[in-house]
Design a protein around this ligand. Structure first.
Ligand code: NAD
Ligand code: ZN
Ligand code: ZN
Length: 343
């Protein structure tokens, strides 16, 4: 099969022929319809988030069709999977045995067998999925748009759910970074809360996108006076929740400085930023948490919203052969919403 393979940190991917995997007992081979190109793949390629092994086929946002079922998978016609079924792939694969896996939060399993970090992911014609539990029915969803729901759509959903108890009537929420993930963050805040939503984004076109997705305000966080602007737009108190989809020192500092008393700062971006946390920076009882991908149930809920037609998936579609150009577009902030590659 054709695949885009990362052979060395910092190098472009090589599009080449590799052996097509065969599903062993309990495994499923999925024919890829589309694979989302996440900013995390830039972190992996550049080694700031090291991949678990090389060479590696990246790609952790996958949708496609069941191509072959290994022995021991549930027989077709008994509520199980059949060849040709459209599926989305839950990618946070774990051991399947620990407390987190059993509760569906496999992305928190400490074995971390995530698709596209090792084992191989979906920048290929086929993806080997280790167990049927990782596949959710795609129903009538357009698979090119559905691919991004498995991470760009899923991760902000979990982050917004963490913030829900803070977002009482009359409060404000801030979304920092309106890329692949942030586009959904804004939509969930509007769907699930009555909070005023402020988007903080450096790129003017993406501030425009934020407003079109329902954000009440969109500001340039790198401009002088950004903190004062956020405070003013949130009634002087500051936002009850800030979700940071960038995660550099500057965005974390801005978000925490803006936060209301007893507010929640949710860090999603993997850019490696840090801020000091101590009593006198946090005397307002503000809390800081990370949010890591999503659970299988979170994904089922995201798919339900998509099936109900409640999500706008701004998606640009490219050929797998052009993966390095797509990564370049993403690196330079030129992708609107999520880019996917189609083999
Ligand atoms: P993206 O490149 O599509 O979007 C990032 C957006 O942030 C862009 O619109 C960019 O213009 C904007 N931006 C950059 N610097 C900014 C700044 N200083 N202030 C305001 N806006 C700024 O990326 P993405 O795919 O949406 O991913 C976002 C981050 O989330 C990445 O670091 C990625 O690795 C991470 N991520 C984390 C998880 C998780 O589970 N925690 C899951 C997926 C992705
Ligand atoms: Zn990702
Ligand atoms: Zn586990």
């Amino acid at each position: 099969m054709k695949a885009a393979v990362l052979h060395a940190i910092g190098e472009p991917l090589r599009v080449e022929e590799v052996p097509t995997p065969h599903p062993g007992p309990g495994q499923v081979l999925v024919k890829i319809a589309a694979a989302g190109v996440c900013h995390s793949d830039l972190h992996l390629r550049d080694g700031s988030v090291p991949p678990f092994r090389l060479p590696l086929i990246m790609g952790h946002e996958n949708a496609g069709w069941v191509a072959a079922l290994g022995p021991g998978t549930v027989e077709p016609g008994t509520g199980g999977l059949a060849e040709g079924d459209p599926v989305v792939v839950y990618g946070g694969w774990g051991c399947g045995q620990c407390r987190f896996c059993l509760g569906g939060q496999e992305q928190l399993c400490d074995t971390m067998r995530w698709s596209g970090l090792a084992p191989d992911g979906g920048y290929a014609e086929y993806l080997l999925v280790p167990a049927t539990r990782h596949l959710l029915p795609a129903g009538s969803l357009d698979l090119v748009r559905a691919a991004g729901l498995t991470d760009a759509g899923l991760t902000p959903y979990r982050a917004v759910k963490k913030a829900l108890p803070h977002l009482l009537a009359g409060t404000t929420a801030v979304v920092i970074g309106v890329g692949g993930l942030g586009q959904y963050g804004i939509q969930y805040l509007k769907l699930l809360t009555s909070a005023t939503v402020i988007a903080v984004e450096t790129a003017p076109a993406k501030r425009q996108l934020a407003l079109s997705l329902g954000a009440d305000h969109a500001i340039d966080g790198s401009a002088a006076g950004a903190l004062e602007q956020i405070r003013e737009l949130s009634g002087g108190e500051g936002p009850a929740a800030v979700i940071d989809f960038v995660g550099v020192d500057a965005t974390m500092r801005l978000g925490l400085a803006a936060l209301a008393r007893q507010g929640l700062f949710v860090l999603v971006g993997l850019a490696g930023g840090t801020v000091p946390v101590g009593f006198f920076t946090q005397a307002t009882e503000a809390a800081v948490t990370t949010s890591n991908w999503g659970s299988r149930n979170d994904l089922a809920e995201v798919l339900a919203l998509a099936q109900e037609g409640k999500l706008t998936a701004t998606t640009e579609s490219h050929r797998l052969d052009d993966i390095n150009d797509v990564l370049k577009r993403l690196e330079h902030g030129l992708v609107e919403g999520r880019a996917v590659v189609v083999p």
